[in-house]
Write a new protein. Structure first.
Length: 361
């Protein structure tokens, strides 16, 4: 099973700049989608004040995600909270700004929806839809392995999400079971766009989770959308076998070497020949020769024999029957998530200089 730790180390500067949607677009979108009425900073502060904080459902390296409820409308949301100081110290400022800019511009059934962002003198706030079904990671840990049909359901919805992102020149770069949530019906929602990036050609910053890193990311040779197709191959392997292909025995310090050597031990029985051929094409070392590298990359992926009976229009329309339906009693139910300490309030205050870095957040 994947370690939930994240690694991100800037080896050289990024090659391209990210696109910015302006705040008014975000607000327009938020007004359409939410009962929380938004305007400028003051309105967002009022909206924040109206939120009742219920419980932590996730933690990460720089903050946590809380389930909150609008006292007026009674709607539930997820509030991602990041300590400004931790973000700056761990050199994640650009990534967090990317997360805001990119999520504000996206609207897709399999991608988390952002309503607004805000900041205080301690925290950055990102208000998202609350996705109550929990992490795919939890279901994988519980079941050990998934059968092929179950695995392909998630793979298909992720392919459609990647197709959308790549069509906007956005690469995701952090596919792993912890970042794939299930909504109330069991459909996929990709969360965590901290490493997502709008690129025009290749980019060079190494980030991601060790087991899911592509060879070109490790080599800092420059990477593009092909790195996402690599991670899809890792995910399918992990769903079918319960382990990742380059770290089946938990030897963390050998992962990079093994990925670069490209040697996979294929388990007997768990992966049939058609699936193996598909995974091999995704786990091709040379990104230019990898499945999905062509101009119409997602089409290449969708046209593989493994998807012979897949009706892609049905996938996009959320018409495939989810293999796991989360057990939920109400939309704010948190039983699908682990329990966390609620020790987040005593975070250091940011200085004026630090705050200035996030004045438009
Ligand atoms: N919108 C959401 N609804 C419910 N849970 C969420 C939501 N967003 C994130 N989470 C939970 O919080 C965890 C951490 O959030 P994430 O955005 O991945 O932050 P990090 O960058 O710290 O990994 C996720 O793995 C998930 O369990
Ligand atoms: Mg995450």
């Amino acid at each position: 099973m994947t370690s939930s730790s994240m690694s991100c180390y800037a080896n050289s500067s990024a090659a391209s700049t990210s696109s910015r949607t302006n705040d008014s677009d975000t607000i327009l979108m938020a007004n359409k989608l939410s009962n929380i009425r938004l305007g400028g900073r003051e309105e967002r502060q009022q909206a924040l004040d109206r939120l009742e904080i219920l419980k932590t459902v996730g933690t990460g390296s720089y903050g946590r995600v809380l389930v909150v409820r609008d006292r007026d409308t009674k709607d539930y949301y997820a509030l991602k909270l990041l300590s400004i100081k931790s973000v700056i110290v761990s050199q994640q400022t650009e990534h967090v700004k990317n997360e805001k800019d990119i999520l504000s511009a996206l609207r897709h059934p399999f991608i988390i929806r952002l309503y607004w962002t805000h900041h205080s003198d301690q925290f950055l706030y990102i208000l998202l839809d609350y996705i109550p079904g929990g992490e795919l990671f939890t279901y994988m840990r519980r079941r050990g392995t998934f059968d092929l049909k179950t695995s392909l359901f998630y793979i298909c919805e992720i392919i459609v999400a990647f197709e959308y992102l790549h069509s906007l020149q956005i690469i995701y770069r952090d596919l792993k079971p912890e970042n794939i949530l299930l909504d109330g019906e069991g459909h996929v929602k990709l969360v965590d766009f901290g490493f997502a990036k709008k690129i025009s050609n290749k980019t060079f910053t190494t980030c991601g989770t060790p087991e899911y890193l592509s060879p070109e990311l490790i080599k800092t040779a420059g990477h593009n959308k092909c790195t996402d197709w690599w991670s899809l191959g890792i995910l399918l392997f992990e769903m079918l076998t319960g382990v990742t292909p380059f770290n089946p025995d938990g030897k963390d310090n050998e992962i990079h070497g093994r990925i670069l050597a490209g040697k996979i031990t294929w388990p007997t029985n768990l992966i049939n020949e058609v699936t193996k051929a598909f995974i091999k094409k995704l786990l091709t070392q040379n990104p230019d020769k990898r499945l999905g590298a062509g101009r119409n990359g997602s089409r290449e992926v969708k046209d593989q024999p493994i998807f012979l009976s897949t009706r892609w229009d049905d996938v996009s329309a959320r018409k495939l029957k989810p293999p796991i339906v989360p057990k939920l009693e109400h939309p704010g139910d948190t039983q699908c998530f682990d329990l966390y300490d609620e020790d987040w309030k005593s975070v250091a205050f940011a200085s004026d200089t630090e705050l200035a870095m996030f004045s438009d957040f």
